[in-house]
Design a protein around this ligand. Structure first.
Ligand code: 13P
Ligand code: ZN
Length: 274
C-alpha cells in the first residue's frame, strides 16, 4: 500500500487550500472543497474494506452510492491543511443506504466533513447529470466578489453582464453565466437544494453576501472559474471606486469575441442586450 500522504489528490488539496488562503478567500474556516476520486486510485493507498466510522449525512444521495470523495473538514482552517492533511481532510464513501458517509481516512481528531456537504453532494449530482466528467465542487469567500455583492444588484443577468464587461475573456471563461441565490442560512439541506437547482444550469453560483460555488472536471477548472469571477469583481470595485467609467466592452464586442472563440452556442445570449 502506498503512503496516502503522498497521493496526488492529497497533494492537490494541500496546494489549492494553501493557495486559496493566500488569496485571502478563506479566512478562518471559510470555504470547503469536495473532490470525487476514482475507486482504483484510492485503492492504491487505502484498504477500501476498512471503514473507520460512519457519519450520517442527513440527506439522500442515492445517486452517489459507492462514490468516494476527499472533503475538507468542518471548522477546519484552509491554512492548516498543508501541515496536517489527516486532521483537516477526510475521505468518505457514500454507503449503500445513500444517507451515510463511510469514513475511509482523515478527520483524525474525530471531526467530520464540512457543514456544507448537502450543497456539495447535491451539486455533484446536478453537475454529473450535465457533465459526467465533473469531479470538483468548490466553495469560497472571495473578497471582491463579496464586496460587489454589497453594491450590485443580485440578479443573474445583471451580475453576469457586469462581470463580462470587466475583462475581455470573462465571456470565454463563463459563457453560461453565473447563478445567484439570495442571502440564505447556510449549512443546511435547504441551501443545498437551492444550490443544486442552480447547478443544473450554471457552473458558478453566488451565494448572496456569503460567497461563491464553482465546479469542474478538476481542481484547476473549478478554481479558474472562481478566480476569473474574482478578478472581474476586483476590476469592478476598483473602477467603480475610481469614478464614472468612461469606456466599456460593448455587448457587440462580447458577442464578437465569443464568435472568434467559436462559442456562440455556449453563451447565455439572453444575458446580452444585442
Ligand atoms: P465549514 O467549516 O463547515 O466547511 O464551513 C465553512 C463555510 O464556508 C460555511 O459556508
Ligand atoms: Zn461559506
Amino acid at each position: 500500500m502506498k503512503n496516502i500522504l503522498e497521493a496526488p489528490f492529497v497533494e492537490e488539496m494541500k496546494k489549492v487550500t494553501a493557495n486559496m488562503y493566500r488569496m485571502g478567500w478563506a479566512e478562518r474556516n471559510g470555504g470547503n472543497i469536495s473532490y470525487m476520486l476514482e475507486e482504483d486510485e484510492v485503492a492504491e493507498y487505502l484498504d477500501l474494506s476498512y471503514v473507520i466510522r460512519t457519519i450520517p449525512t442527513g440527506f439522500d444521495a442515492t445517486e452517489l452510492i459507492g462514490k468516494i470523495f476527499i472533503v475538507t473538514g468542518t471548522g477546519k482552517y484552509f491554512k492548516n491543511v498543508e501541515f496536517d492533511p489527516e486532521t483537516n481532510l477526510g475521505i468518505i464513501r457514500i454507503a449503500e443506504d445513500g444517507t451515510t458517509a463511510e469514513l475511509l481516512w482523515g478527520y483524525k481528531d474525530g471531526s467530520r466533513f464540512t457543514s456544507e456537504l448537502p450543497a456539495h453532494l447535491m451539486s455533484h449530482i446536478s453537475r454529473l447529470r450535465v457533465n459526467p466528467e465533473n469531479r470538483v465542487i468548490m466553495h469560497t469567500h472571495p473578497t471582491y466578489t463579496l464586496a460587489m455583492n454589497h453594491i450590485h444588484k443580485l440578479d443573474e443577468k445583471e451580475l453576469t453582464h457586469t462581470l463580462w464587461e470587466m475583462c475581455t475573456e470573462c465571456i470565454i471563461v463563463f459563457p453560461d453565466g453565473i447563478g445567484v441565490l439570495p442571502w440564505m442560512v447556510c449549512g443546511n439541506n435547504e441551501i443545498g437544494i437551492a444550490t443544486a437547482e442552480k447547478m443544473k444550469n450554471y457552473r458558478l453560483v453566488v451565494w448572496g453576501l456569503h460567497g461563491i460555488y464553482g465546479c469542474g472536471k478538476d481542481i484547476d477548472e473549478a478554481f479558474g472559474l472562481i478566480e476569473t469571477v474574482e478578478k472581474a469583481a476586483q476590476l469592478y470595485m476598483i473602477a467603480t471606486a475610481s469614478g464614472a467609467r468612461i469606456n466599456t466592452i460593448t455587448d457587440q464586442n462580447l458577442w464578437d469575441v465569443a464568435g472568434s472563440f467559436g462559442i456562440h452556442d455556449k453563451v447565455r445570449k439572453d444575458f446580452l442586450n444585442l
